[in-house]
Design a protein around this ligand. Structure first.
Ligand code: FMN
Length: 159
């Protein structure tokens, strides 16, 4: 099998423009956990399934692999700061955001384009990532549509 350079694969995948999400859950001690993820995709309408993937090296890996539920927040225009906050090593990514509780008690954030509350359907080994398939239990649209946040070639854009 030909060897694929990880950098080349990352650059190739980066040519595929995606939306940007924040995925949240609670760890086994009840603390909120969340990170920015652009690996989100819809999978099935019946049953209603979506997926995203998480690096096995993430500090959040133990929390998500043990969690019965998680919430996916699709970010809208003007939410680049929030995306950067949930991708960086700040002490408390949730500070001052005014979270409430969604299905399974997971922390849900106000002010995103759409929010999908999910039960963990399956966790699949995806090489150096865990692939999470979630069953959508509730759909909320907390905000009026105000454009979309897009990630392409390592940069944020607004549509
Ligand atoms: C636009 C964007 C998309 C990202 N997508 C993912 C993703 O799908 N899966 C993932 O594991 N990390 C993703 N990351 C990285 C995480 O948000 C975060 O940087 C990383 O989880 C930080 O390490 P920690 O989880 O150990 O705190 C993304 C980062 C950015 C800026």
């Amino acid at each position: 099998m030909a060897t694929i350079d990880p950098r080349a694969l990352r650059d190739a995948a980066g040519c595929f423009a995606t939306g940007v999400t924040i995925v949240t859950t609670r760890d086994q001690g009840g603390a909120p956990v969340g990170l920015t993820a652009n690996s989100f995709s819809s999978v099935s309408l019946d049953p209603p399934l979506v997926l995203w993937s998480l690096a096995k090296t993430s500090r959040a890996a133990a929390a998500f692999t043990a969690a019965s539920h998680f919430a996916i927040h699709v970010l809208g225009g003007g939410q680049q700061d929030l995306a950067q906050r949930f991708a960086s090593a700040v002490p408390d990514r949730f500070a001052g955001l005014g979270q409430s509780e969604g299905a399974g008690g997971v922390p849900v954030l106000p002010g995103c384009a759409v929010r999908l509350e999910c039960g963990t359907w399956q966790v699949i080994d995806g090489g150096d990532h865990h692939v999470f398939i979630g069953q959508v239990l509730a759909i909320d649209a907390p905000d009026e549509p105000r454009g979309s946040l897009v990630f392409l070639k390592g940069r944020f854009h607004e549509l």
